[in-house]
Design a protein around this ligand. Structure first.
Ligand code: GDP
Ligand code: IMO
Ligand code: MG
Length: 440
């Protein structure tokens, strides 16, 4: 069986965690392949409501192997806290594996993350402040410390000594911060190492063996394609290497690209963004903004506030130009459309089908940041359905206007919508095509 990648088609928070939790029943391995604890994936199932930042959303199915792959950066204290939280709530982490090649977030990374943001001033990106970006900078700069390094006490002690000389010079001279203490970091991280050791494995070989045995592997993307370093709205993007897009899935777990046969694109029925950067369809104020942000008319308790930082998410209408761009960029073969219920209170709903930039009609990603800032959305307006849809489970039971909206999004994306999510809970979904070849 092939590997399937689940990616976000917008600026993150599309509901990837919710979709992976749903689909993981058909897979034997579920793996995160990029990013760090800047990601925040919400899952609501019979075991409760969870926000996961590093552990894959397949963890709730006890018979699956969950992997934090080589493409991820790991903050050991945060991961240990997440494992402890899951154990306390009765979720077994016995089948969790951590790649020995994953990079480690060190104490200087969050400090540099926040200091860089302050120095950028008006050009601040609005990062999560988790140190994820600087950990990837060190990976690319060949200064990173990997999980395997941390597991080797003597090597880690030596590597930390040399790296800290460099980092303390940077912290004190460039950033005007206090130097960090070698002994304190060594003791803390060696403690983390012992607690993480039982989980550490050669996950690349594990996944390759699983692939050869024909097992279904689900790769859980983080962020969204518009936050991708290469393909997103640069420089207002994240720093993951490998990429947050589907192509990064192979590299970030150690498979060849031919192993990935299907790409599930998760799209929200409208648009959100946390952090800074252009967002052509943003609604900056007024009742429509309030309704989208607070989730008026949709499932209770699902207002648009960041899972990781608690920041209010910027909201706007579905951006068909960017959505089509990311569907093609990822080779999306199947779409999961989420939060359809959140549009239930609107009389009419807008969809952006093109931009006007300096009197030109544009249907592709604006070439520059300034062009993106000047892009005025051209909207189509569709009728609303004004009915609660959270209990609908078949396409036929959706109001006609809702079906019309879904069909229009499908046309724009150019890929079939196989799952429509009408609420945050595991089974609040309409599944129109079985993409795993198993009966639903
Ligand atoms: P992720 O980062 O892509 O996994 O998404 P997040 O978990 O950060 O944000 C998605 C939010 O939408 C969470 O609060 C989910 O519980 C919620 N959610 C997911 N699907 C639906 C849905 O169909 N309807 C509603 N109302 N909320 C949803
Ligand atoms: P999930 O997986 C939404 C955003 C940050 C900021 C930019 C760079 O939950 O969809 P970073 O800390 O990565 O250097 O910040 O990227 N960002 C996300 N926004 N969802 C995410 O992940 C995000 N991860 C990073 O808000 O704008
Ligand atoms: Mg999120």
């Amino acid at each position: 069986m092939p590997a399937v990648v689940v990616i976000g088609g917008q600026w993150g928070d599309e509901g990837k965690g919710r979709v992976v939790d749903f689909h993981s029943r058909y897979c034997s391995v579920i793996a995160r392949y990029s990013a760090g604890n800047n990601a925040g994936h919400t899952i609501i199932n019979e075991q409760g409501k969870f926000a996961l930042h590093l552990v894959p959303a397949g963890i709730f199915r006890g018979d699956k192997t969950c992997i934090i792959g080589n493409g991820v950066v790991i903050d050991p204290a945060k991961l240990l806290a997440e494992i402890a939280m899951l154990s306390e709530r009765g979720v077994s982490t016995a089948r969790l594996l951590i790649s020995q090649h994953a990079h480690v977030i060190m104490p200087w990374h969050p400090i540099i993350d926040r200091a860089d943001e302050a120095l950028r001033g008006e050009l601040a990106i609005g990062t999560t402040g988790t140190g994820t970006g600087p950990a990837f900078h060190d990976k690319v700069g060949r200064l990173g410390i990997r999980i395997a390094d941390l597991m080797d006490r003597d090597y880690f002690a030596e590597k930390l000594k040399h790296t800290l000389v460099y980092k303390n010079r940077l912290l004190t001279t460039v950033y005007g911060k206090d130097p960090l203490d070698y002994d304190a970091i060594l003791e803390e991280y060696l403690g983390h190492a012992e607690r993480l050791r039982p989980f550490v494995a050669d996950t690349i070989s594990f996944v390759q063996d699983a692939d050869e045995r024909g097992e279904m592997i689900l790769l859980e993307g983080a962020q969204g394609s518009l936050l991708d370093l290469d393909s997103g709205t640069y420089p207002y993007v994240t720093s993951s290497v490998p990429a947050s897009v589907a192509a990064g899935g192979a590299i970030g777990i150690g498979l060849g690209p031919t192993a990935i046969e299907r790409v599930v694109g998760v799209y929200k029925s409208y648009q959100t963004r946390v952090g800074n950067g252009p967002m052509p369809t943003e609604i900056e104020s007024g009742p429509e903004m309030e309704m989208l942000r607070e989730g008026v008319g949709g499932a209770a308790g699902t207002a648009e506030y960041g899972t990781t930082t608690g920041r209010p998410r910027r909201v706007g209408w579905f951006d068909g130009v960017l959505a089509r761009y990311t569907a093609r960029l990822n080779g999306v073969t199947s779409v999961a459309l989420t939060r359809l219920d959140s549009l239930s209170a609107f009389d009419s709903i807008k969809v952006c089908v093109a931009y006007e930039i300096d009197d030109r009609r544009v249907t592709t990603l604006p070439a520059t940041l300034t062009e993106a800032q000047r892009a005025k959305p051209i909207y189509e307006e569709l009728p609303g359905w004004k009915r609660d849809v959270t209990n609908v489970r078949t396409l036929g039971d959706l109001p006609t206007e809702a079906r019309q909206y879904v069909r229009r999004i499908e046309q724009i994306l150019g890929a079939p919508i196989d799952m429509i999510s009408v609420g945050p809970e595991r089974d609040q979904a309409i599944v129109t095509r079985d993409i795993f070849g198993a009966s639903i």
